[in-house]
Design a protein around this ligand. Structure first.
Ligand code: IDP
Ligand code: MG
Length: 138
């Protein structure tokens, strides 16, 4: 069993895509072991994306991620990290496979609706960034 952090980013929430994304997660067989609505500050977004602090898009990305409410979730299941990334599709929606969330809904390389951890170490950091042990059902 593996855990990953998923986020429905502010563009996804603003466009009414919470239900659509959660429906896909439930149909995938992944379990939701924690979920909440948050509104990140700029500083919280900078901390979350610290790995990208030297990238040219860092300031714009953290402005976007702190621009409105987002839904953060812990997903659990076999190969949860890879499975959720496959469901999301490539970072650049123009390269995302058919039927993925980003292919179907993203409007921009930055505003790409969802986030997913990319490795067990980043998943552990990202889950701990938003949730303590008591907030996860299993
Ligand atoms: P990922 O979300 O698919 O893991 P990362 O490379 O980790 O992609 O980038 C984090 C986020 O930064 C992306 O989801 C996207 O919102 C934004 N981003 C990535 N590359 C670019 C870019 O070239 N221009 C603008 N924003 C970008
Ligand atoms: Mg990433």
């Amino acid at each position: 069993m593996q855990k990953t952090l998923a986020i429905i980013k502010p563009d996804g929430v603003a466009r009414g895509l919470i239900g659509e994304v959660i429906k896909r997660i439930e149909e995938s067989g992944l379990e939701i072991s924690a979920m909440k609505m948050i509104s990140m500050t700029k500083v919280q977004a900078q901390g979350f994306y610290a790995v990208h602090r030297d990238k040219p898009f860092f300031d714009s990305l953290t402005d976007f991620m702190s621009s409105g409410p987002a839904v953060v979730m812990v997903l659990k299941g076999e190969n949860a990290i890879g499975k959720w990334r496959e469901m999301m599709g490539a970072t650049n929606y123009k390269e995302a496979a058919d039927g993925t969330i980003r292919c179907d809904f993203a409007t921009d390389i930055e505003k790409n609706v969802v986030h997913g951890s990319d490795a067990p170490e980043t998943a552990a950091f990202e889950i701990g960034y938003f949730f303590n042990a008591f907030e996860q059902v299993a």
